[in-house]
Each structure stands twice: as structure tokens, then as C-alpha cells.
Design a protein around this ligand. Structure first.
Ligand SMILES: [Zn+2]
Length: 405
């Protein structure tokens, strides 16, 4: 089955919020970091005015509306980073400016919004004080959101569409953090709450529930075989969790490994199910570009921007590390799964633009652990024996990766 077929099938799964199908990720290419210092404004002119846009970009739709500002990852003391997410109705045009510290002013990231307003419920200023973010505030006259950074912190900006979100990923200054001794593993049970994911009614299987159970079993197993590891779950009950929050936790915890756990499904009858492990696509694959463009109703040129974004977000060697992690998880999950289901198919390690993996600062993979809609696997999934085998395989793959580092 091709990626395209697979994605089409995923997109039509009943009840699935399709958060694990292909998402469009976009990048606004911006000028140099420090090009925005106004030449002659006094420093007490708060907030720092940003020069008028050189050219007013042509709007493609109605006025956009900033609905909400969420901050993720900063709940913990010593958070290694935080993620600020601006959620919009409509698609805003924006410019980002990264401004260096000057006088009493901290370094800032300013998101200047074009033809955009915001609701009264959006706080004018919120103090964060962790994860590299000191404060998030709204500023005028040109409507903009300013993120005041803590000393030594740095950030990067990208956006997701549908709905439109501008994401500001902030990395705290490493020197201020405590030195980590134990490996940290973040397991992410896909979906949850009002997003049940895929389902198989005949066998009473719901992806969100199964993913949570597999994650818990994987955690138990991992702690047994690798007691030094610290294992965290992005959610430990049936609650909704945004995709942005999942990876933000892993970044804030300086996790060594991030594994998102899902189950595959297809509306059509399939001749084989199987296990697939995905890494984030950073290759300039024509087919993948066309696929993302088609799936998201955008032009290939925009998707090309995505590749630039992904390349920038990925530290050198991270894709290779993710591939190593993926191949270990894939191999071990198959091995353990086949002890119960000898004909469990190997769909291999593959690449796709999974939104939940974007921005991860550690090796990160997404596992489609089995097919809910392939009868032999669905039947097996009703048994604890098979579910435990899948979890044992995932845990074994993670431990094997961590030990070989
Ligand atoms: Zn899923």
C-alpha cells in the first residue's frame, strides 16, 4: 500500500480525529534575527516598536482572530524549554522578529500580526518565569504578541495549519539547568478524551484507550528492564491533550527518547495488517511533497517551505538517531508480537510529516503498533497477552537504543 493510499484510508477512519495522518506544517521564512532594532527610539518606549512592514502582504481570506495563547512545558521547575502556541480563527499573516537584549529589556521574540484582532479573553500579559519564557504579552499599536525571554534562552517560530497555530519553541539556557543523570523516556499515548482515534466496534477496540494501556504496560516493562530510566507519560488517563503539548513535555524534560503510540486502521478490507514505525520526514521527496500539498489543499511551493522548516528544526544527526530508535522499536515489537501472532506483518520504518513529532529535540518516533481493523490483530488485541507482547517489544526497543548510545 502506498503512503497515499494509507493516508486516504486514515483520513476516513470513523471517529478518528486523524491527528496521526499527514499534517501540513508551514514555515514563514523571515529575515535575519536582529534586523528589527528601531534606529532612534528611546528605550523606555515600551514595548519596542517594530518598523512598519516593508510591504503589506496580500490577504487571502477574512480578518484573522487570535483566540487563545497556550503555554506548554513550563509547569515544571527547571523546565528545559517551553512552547507558546497562538491559536487563530482564520489564517493570519505574520512577521516574526527576534530582538536582542538591550538595556533593561530582555531578548524578545515578537510576532507581528497583519489584519488580525484578538478576543477580550486573551490575557494582555501572562508571567511564565520558566522554560526560558519570562512573560507573554500583547502589544500595540501594530498588533503583536511579544515573548520576553529569560537570559540565555533562544527560540524558533513556525506554524501549523487547520486550525492555524503559530508555535514559538523556546529553549532555556542549558547552564541554568540541573545536570541530568538518568535517561528520560517520554511515552505519548495518542488521542484521548474527545478524540478517540480509530475504532473497531465489533471487537470493542478504541485507539485512545488501547494506546494508553500499551503506554502504561511499556512504562512498567521499561522500568523493570532498565531501572535507571525515568519514564513519563504525556497523559495517564482518558483526557484530551493537544498535539503541541505532547512534544513540549518531552522538550521541557530534556527527554532522551520520545515515542508516540498509535494503532492503524483502514475502512477497506485489507489482506495484511502489521507494525509500522515512523520518523519525521525531512527528505525532499517529490511524492511526499505532492502528497502533503494535496492532502492539505495547499501549493507544493508552500510544502517546500515545510521541508526547510523541518531541516532547520532538526539538529544534525537527529534524523539518523530517530531512524536508529525506530528500527530497534520496529524489530523488537515485531519479535515480541510474533510470539503471539506469528504472521504479524513488517511494514517497516517509514517517513511522514507527523505533526506531533515536529520540534522534538530528541530522537522521536511514532509507532502504529497494529491494525485495529485487521481481523487477526483485532482479535489478538482483545487479549492481555498480545497487548503485553507489543508493550514488551516497544520497551525492549527503547532500552536497546538507550544502551547502545
Ligand atoms: Zn492515532
Amino acid at each position: 500500500m502506498t503512503d497515499r493510499d494509507r493516508s486516504r484510508k486514515d483520513a476516513s477512519i470513523r471517529g478518528g480525529a486523524n491527528t496521526h495522518t499527514l499534517w501540513l506544517v508551514g514555515l514563514l521564512l523571515v529575515g535575519g534575527a536582529c534586523d528589527a532594532a528601531p534606529p532612534s527610539k528611546p528605550e523606555q518606549d515600551l514595548p519596542i516598536p517594530i518598523p512598519e512592514l516593508e510591504e503589506r502582504l496580500e490577504r487571502r481570506g477574512p480578518k484573522a482572530h487570535l483566540q487563545r495563547i497556550d503555554v506548554y512545558g513550563a509547569e515544571r521547575k527547571n523546565a528545559a524549554g517551553a512552547r507558546v502556541v497562538l491559536l487563530f480563527e482564520g489564517a493570519p499573516l505574520f512577521h516574526q522578529k527576534q530582538l536582542p537584549a538591550r538595556g533593561v529589556l530582555p531578548a524578545r521574540i515578537a510576532i507581528e500580526l497583519v489584519d488580525t484582532d484578538w478576543g477580550k479573553s486573551v490575557p494582555v500579559s501572562q508571567t511564565v518565569g520558566r522554560g526560558g519564557v519570562e512573560r507573554v504579552r500583547l502589544a500595540m499599536p501594530n498588533p503583536r504578541v511579544v515573548i520576553d525571554l529569560q537570559p540565555g534562552a533562544s527560540g524558533r517560530v513556525f506554524y501549523f495549519t487547520d486550525p492555524y497555530r503559530i508555535v514559538i519553541d523556546v529553549n532555556a539556557d542549558g547552564a541554568t539547568r540541573t545536570k541530568k543523570r538518568r535517561p528520560v523516556v517520554v511515552l505519548d499515548p495518542g488521542h484521548g478524551g474527545d478524540e478517540p482515534g480509530a475504532a473497531n466496534d465489533e471487537y470493542d477496540l478504541v485507539e485512545a484507550k488501547l494506546a494508553l494501556e500499551i503506554a502504561k504496560l511499556t512504562k512498567d516493562r521499561l522500568r523493570a528492564i532498565m531501572p535507571s530510566a525515568r519514564v513519563l507519560l504525556t497523559r495517564d488517563d482518558d483526557t484530551s491533550l493537544s498535539l503541541e503539548a505532547r512534544c513540549a513535555l518531552a522538550n521541557a524534560m530534556e527527554a532522551d527518547v520520545f515515542v508516540s503510540i498509535h494503532f492503524n486502521a483502514s475502512l477497506e478490507e485489507i489482506r495484511k495488517g502489521g507494525v509500522t514505525t515512523f520518523v519525521l520526514d525531512t527528505t525532499n521527496n517529490r511524492q511526499a511533497l505532492r502528497l502533503a500539498a494535496r492532502e492539505n489543499g495547499t501549493r507544493v511551493a508552500e510544502v517546500t517551505g515545510i521541508q526547510t522548516l523541518l531541516a532547520r528544526l532538526h539538529r544534525r544527526g537527529q534524523t539518523n538517531e530517530s531512524l536508529r530508535l525506530a528500527s530497534k522499536i520496529q524489530r523488537r515489537t515485531l519479535k515480541h508480537g510474533r510470539a503471539v501472532l506469528p504472521r504479524l506483518a513488517d511494514r517497516g520504518v517509514r517517513r511522514a510529516m507527523f505533526y506531533v513529532l515536529v520540534g522534538a529535540r530528541m530522537p522521536a518516533v511514532l509507532v502504529e503498533t497494529s491494525f485495529l481493523t485487521y481481523e487477526p490483530e483485532a482479535r489478538a488485541l482483545t487479549t492481555l497477552n498480545y497487548r503485553r507482547a507489543l508493550a514488551d517489544g516497544t520497551a525492549s526497543g527503547i532500552a536497546s537504543y538507550l544502551r547502545a548510545r
